[in-house]
Structures are given as structure tokens and as C-alpha cells.
Write a protein that binds this ligand. Structure first.
Ligand code: ADP
Length: 168
């Protein structure tokens, strides 16, 4: 059984991630989407919120599960019996970081291979940070993220704005 892990921040999951997830799910027997907990960045959504959104928008994919981890990615993958790490590539700008990370991971665990999925044209510009920026300024994110994420962003920024109004 070929198990693959798709690690990332997913803060929040976008339609670009979902496209990678759906395509990777066709290539492997089981795909685990793994939310990394040990990121230096300050996330907008808690790990639980990110897991809930991922679960909601992958419910239709029978061989996909959702999990979180705080160890090294290769250690997590090994503990799950996975032989493959899936990562997405949007632009040349993604390449250098992804290349270094894949080499580092291979050095730590040669038995685990990183497989890169090219973005689909329509998602080449799409990132979680761009979506957060647009949503924070009140812009439309429909079509960029699953409906459950659009609703969560609206709620998150409405409460942010309310807190700011209370403080000022
Ligand atoms: P990280 O913080 O680990 O980069 P992200 O959640 O931002 O986590 O992304 C996880 C993976 O998904 C990365 O490999 C990233 O390049 C890829 N990815 C993000 N957005 C897209 C997209 N629109 N199309 C294809 N791959 C993407």
C-alpha cells in the first residue's frame, strides 16, 4: 500500500491545495494531509480550525485523511508508514525553497521520496497569505477557497474588526 503525506501550514486550505490533494489522491492508495504545528509563523487559524476546514472540504475523498504533527516531517511520515511526501509548485519562486527542503529531507531519510505536483493554471497565483490579505481588506475570496473557508475568514475578520473598534 502506497501511503503519501502532504505536509503544510494550510492556514487556511485554498482551492490550489485542494487541487493538489485531489490529484495526489488519485496517485496513491492513501493520502494524509498533515498540518505542521511547529511553524515559526504566527497562524491566523488554530491547528484545530485548520483540521476542521480540511476535513470538511475533503469529505468526498475516501482515501484522504487529515492529521497534525509537531515533529520533523520525515519522522512523522516514517511513523505513518509513508514513502512519499507531496508538495506543490506554483512558480519558479517556490522552486528554491522546495528544492532545499527536499534535499534536506532526503539526507535525513533517504527512503522517503518527495513528489512535486505542478499547480493548475488557474491556481498559479493563489496562496494562503494572498487569500488572508484579500479577506482582511473585505475582498471577495469566493472561488479561491472552499465555501467553508470563505465563511471562516469572514467570521475571523469580522471579529478582528470588532475588537479593533472596541479598542479605538
Ligand atoms: P508551507 O508553509 O509548508 O509552504 P502551505 O500550506 O503554504 O505550507 O503549502 C503547502 C504546499 O502546497 C507547498 O508545497 C506549497 O507550495 C503548495 N501550494 C500552496 N498553494 C498552492 C497552489 N495554489 N498550487 C499548488 N501548490 C500550492
Amino acid at each position: 500500500m502506497k501511503i503519501a503525506v502532504y505536509p503544510g501550514s494550510f492556514d487556511p486550505v485554498t482551492n490550489g491545495h485542494l487541487d493538489v490533494i485531489e490529484r495526489a489522491a488519485r496517485l496513491f492508495d492513501h493520502l494524509i494531509i498533515a498540518v505542521a504545528q511547529n511553524q515559526a509563523k504566527t497562524p491566523l487559524f488554530s491547528v484545530e480550525e485548520r483540521l476542521d476546514m480540511l476535513r470538511a472540504c475533503t469529505r468526498h475523498l475516501v482515501n484522504v485523511s487529515v492529521d497534525s504533527y509537531s515533529s520533523l516531517t520525515v519522522e512523522y511520515a516514517r511513523s505513518k508508514g509513508a514513502e512519499v511526501l507531496v508538495r506543490g509548485l506554483r512558480a519558479v519562486s517556490d522552486f528554491e525553497n522546495e528544492f532545499l527542503m527536499a534535499l534536506m529531507n532526503r539526507k535525513m531519510e533517504p527512503a522517503i521520496e518527495t513528489v512535486f505536483m505542478m499547480t493548475s493554471n488557474q491556481y498559479a497565483f493563489l496562496s494562503s497569505s494572498a487569500v488572508k490579505e484579500v479577506a482582511s481588506l473585505g475582498g471577495q475570496v469566493e472561488g479561491l477557497v472552499p465555501p467553508v473557508v470563505a465563511a471562516a475568514l469572514k467570521q475571523k475578520f469580522a471579529s478582528h474588526q470588532q475588537n479593533q473598534r472596541l479598542r479605538s
